[in-house]
Design a protein around this ligand. Sequence first.
Ligand code: ZN
Length: 111
Amino acid sequence: MTEPFIRAKLSAAERSFRSRIAQIASGQWFLRGTLSERSSKCGKPNCRCANGPLHQSVYLVQSQAGKLRQFCVPKAWRERVRQAVSDYQELQRLLDEVSELEWKRLQERKP
Ligand SMILES: [Zn+2]
């Protein structure tokens, strides 16, 4: 299959998916994983968490090479990491959309 790639031949929907993919890929952070919010006691007897509100932590959990790994996200990074996780998910969804369109072209043998 050496049919050239001609953007103008794509549907408007597919061009729009691809533009958004390019925009995210070239201008945003992206990170695969899910965020998990946890609250815990640190164990220090005089800490406010002994009788008051617990410490809030945010973990990034990711499956890598068949194993789960996690990382406690520092406060200063939380917003950036949240955005990166959300942008990764959008990128993944858009790639799936474009892949599905290519699947249909293949089935219909219409390059
Ligand atoms: Zn504490």
